[in-house]
Design a protein around this ligand. Structure first.
Ligand code: GTQ
Ligand code: FE2
Length: 349
């Protein structure tokens, strides 16, 4: 088409814009962004948060931000500068601070939530009446619409990573929230109920059923179990990209631990240099131990214990252990969403 014809078409499109608007219709405009790109062009950025920066900020919000009954949690939100809100395009990650003697009152929401304990002990979370102690490295799930509250009886501040599929829930306009009327919910006399039934991962009650809505019946994955599993897997040859990685699974059917979020523990042994890959879906890493570096796009994140970083969708990335010790990473990602909808793609270097 000649420039002249293209110009005429553009003029007609612009004129149509006015006439169509009152009927809530439009045609593609010359200055609209393209409908499709050959590959993803994410707004989400790959970001590195250093523990040395986070630590004083957590101390500060502990002192300066109140935790009130029925109010929001006291959290430091990990904000993605490429997005209006959230840590990635599907989930929010925040570090929650709870001080000795404090309680975070009960509520429930449609967002799926999980907690990975960063530091501290003596806090308990109750999920639909089941009470779980929280220790460093434990993973505790709060499935969609489960009542939950947190109580801290220890004598040191307690911090954990919260991850919720808020951006996804908001995009789907499926937000529901309900505060509990009475502060804290009643606690079952038998603690750790789901762990007692499903915690071995190998054996479970005959005829075991998922929770309401098909959710994972197991609510807690303690660190000592994850550590033993990783140690056993480390006897096998490593993976060229991830060295030794294990995913937390739903014991009923073996799917991801949550419908929208998958979690992994990953060991990068001293000297490991991983290969590069990229895939759709976003992920967040938390460094539990060791030192290393992850190249992401044209950035290089040199990380150590306590750091967190995201890998944005379709960003090339590779991990390496640069320290003299094994490195232990914990990961959460939204791959279950991509995979269940047929949007997962991966490219290996
Ligand atoms: O602890 O229930 O980081 O409801 C965000 C929303 C934590 C929680 C968050 C929440 C919670
Ligand atoms: Fe919550």
């Amino acid at each position: 088409m000649s420039d002249e014809l293209i110009g005429q078409d553009a003029d007609r499109r612009r004129a149509l814009k006015q006439d169509l608007a009152k009927y809530h219709c439009r045609v593609h405009q010359p200055d609209d962004p393209p409908l499709f790109t050959r590959s993803p062009q994410p707004a989400t950025q790959s970001v590195h948060w250093r523990w040395e920066d986070l630590c004083p900020l957590l101390e500060r919000i502990g002192q300066e931000v109140d935790l009130t009954a029925g109010g929001p949690r006291r959290t430091l939100r990990l904000h993605n500068p490429g997005l209006p809100r959230g840590t990635t395009n599907t989930f929010w990650a925040s570090i929650q601070v709870i001080l000795p003697g404090e309680v975070a009152t009960a509520h429930r929401h449609t967002a799926n939530a999980l907690r990975f304990i960063m530091q501290g002990e003596g806090a308990w979370t109750t999920v639909d009446g089941e009470c779980y102690p929280m220790r460093t490295g434990d993973l505790v799930l709060t499935p969609s619409w489960a009542w939950h509250d947190h109580v801290h009886r220890g004598d040191q501040p307690m911090i954990w990573l919260d991850v919720l599929d808020i951006s996804l829930m908001q995009a789907l306009e499926a937000t529901f929230f309900e505060p509990y009327t009475d502060g804290l919910q009643p606690v079952d006399t038998m603690p750790d109920r789901s762990w007692r039934q499903f915690g071995s991962g190998l054996m479970m009650p005959p005829g075991a059923q998922p929770r309401a809505g098909g959710a994972n019946p197991l609510l807690a994955y303690p660190f000592d179990m994850a550590e033993k599993a990783i140690a056993a897997a480390a006897g096998m040859p490593g993976d060229a990209y991830d060295d030794v990685a294990l995913e937390y699974r739903n014991p009923l059917g073996g799917g991801p631990a949550m419908p929208t979020l998958a979690m992994r523990m990953q060991l990068l042994r001293s000297g490991f240099v991983g290969r590069k890959r990229r895939h759709t879906g976003s992920k967040l890493y938390y460094v539990m131990r060791g030192e290393g570096a992850t190249s992401v796009g044209d950035q290089r994140f040199a990380w150590c214990a306590g750091d967190l970083f995201t890998v944005a969708p379709w960003d090339w990335h590779a991990h390496e252990n640069t320290g003299g010790q094994d490195a232990l990473l914990w990961q959460v990602n939204d791959l279950p969403v991509l995979k269940s909808l047929g949007y997962f793609r991966e490219e290996l270097a």
